[in-house]
Design a protein around this ligand. Structure first.
Ligand code: GLA
Length: 383
């Protein structure tokens, strides 16, 4: 990959890259829509991701080009930047904006990106491009940032520059992921534990529904606001800083203060999902895939009926999985509203699973889904 990209870089800029970096995408095993509620999440990095080749220049210009997109952007070095339309380059541009707040970038850069994460699939292509940029520029310039600072910078890009009020899970997972491991991350304290993700004779598969994620951003921000409303109501009766401080039992004692039915449903999902992550991490640690799978289905059901972020495409995938004997567990992963599901599938059955699921899905939805066997890869790195 590195030499192919170097060639593309040469074709684009007429010189060799000075350095190349990679940052993966991620899947979340369980713990959905609770990172922005101070909850526990359980993601792992995958091997699909974003590569970045770069060379410094003396033109005082930052050039953003991509192998994937025809649009590019060139911008003079400046103390700050603003978002420009909806082009892909806003993600790295936002990173420069954030970096300029603390360190003055001394020179221009010629940048070439290549990614193989399907865009809009909910596998964190945006966190991947943000983190690869932050990691690459600070590493190349020898600036003193630790990984967590880079994660926070990338999250600010997403929240303040792009305008999605997401939590920290994606940026954290793609920066800190380790091969064949998953991360149990407490999104309140940012304490984390790297744990083995040993699925024995099963594969982790990713099913891309290929449903375009229309309005996903506004619906996502709407969920964030609903959770804030639930928190505010609960705070009239108890002292908490976020919803995930409550167990399901404690929540039941106080939930009467939430008067809006929709808000109540959202909060119910959040507190129960947080409890499920604790159980799921324990089950995986004990090699109890059956229990892990049960929790995955319960998570999906809750995201469907209480959080209402699944949709017919993701539900069709999970419905098939639940009836297919060699699948241990399945659920949507990421923000939802289309995007991807994950399923734990017996290795010996994976080809049959792919074929039958694709047929089932196509018959009901009208177009095919895609099924990949996923490897768990490492986080941001120079290559
Ligand atoms: C998106 C966001 C994350 C998280 C998930 C849902 O991926 O970027 O912060 O909220 O959705 O769990």
């Amino acid at each position: 990959m590195k030499s192919e990209l170097a060639k593309k870089f040469f074709d684009t800029y007429g010189l060799q890259p000075a350095a190349t970096y990679f940052t993966p995408g991620r899947v979340n095993l369980i713990g959905e829509h609770i990172d922005y509620n101070g909850g526990l999440v359980f993601p792992c990095a995958i091997t699909l991701g974003t590569w970045l080749c770069l060379a410094p220049n003396n033109d005082g210009v930052i050039r953003f080009k991509s192998v994937n997109f025809p649009e590019d952007k060139a911008i003079d070095l400046a103390p700050s930047y603003t978002k420009d339309g909806s082009g892909w380059y806003n993600y790295p541009l936002g990173v420069f904006h954030e970096l300029q707040k603390k360190s003055v970038i001394p020179q221009g850069f010629d940048l070439l990106y290549y990614g193989n994460i399907p865009i809009g699939s909910g596998l964190s292509s945006s966190a991947s491009i943000e983190v690869v940029t932050a990691f690459a520029i600070t590493d190349f310039l020898g600036l003193d940032y630790d990984r967590l600072e880079l994660v926070k910078i990338a999250k600010r890009v997403e929240n303040d520059f792009i305008g999605l009020n997401s939590g920290i899970m994606d940026q954290f997972a793609v920066a800190f992921g380790e091969k064949d491991k998953a991360i149990v991350l407490n999104c309140d304290t940012l304490e984390y534990k790297i744990v083995d993700c040993d699925l024995g004779d099963h594969y982790l598969t990713i099913i891309n529904t290929k449903k375009p994620r229309e309005l996903a951003e506004s619906k996502y921000n709407e969920r964030v606001i609903e959770c804030q409303a639930a928190l505010k109501a609960l705070q009239t009766e108890i002292t908490i800083n976020n919803l995930c401080e409550l167990t399901a039992e404690k929540f039941a004692l106080h939930s009467h203060v939430i008067k809006d039915d929709t808000v109540l449903k959202r909060a119910t999902h959040v507190v129960r999902e947080n409890d499920r992550v604790i159980l799921a991490a324990k089950a995986l640690g004990e090699g109890n895939l059956e229990e892990f799978g049960r929790l995955m289905y319960a998570s999906h059901q809750s995201l469907k009926s209480l959080y209402e972020v699944t949709g017919v495409e993701l539900d069709t995938v999970v419905e098939f999985c639940a009836a297919y004997p060699e699948v241990t567990g399945a659920r949507m992963t990421g923000a939802g509203f289309g995007g991807c599901a994950i399923a734990i599938v017996k290795k010996s059955a994976v080809d049959d699973f792919r074929e039958k699921l694709t047929q089932y899905y196509t018959n009901r939805i009208g177009y095919a889904c895609e099924v990949y066997v996923s490897e768990i890869g490492s986080g941001a790195t120079a290559i």
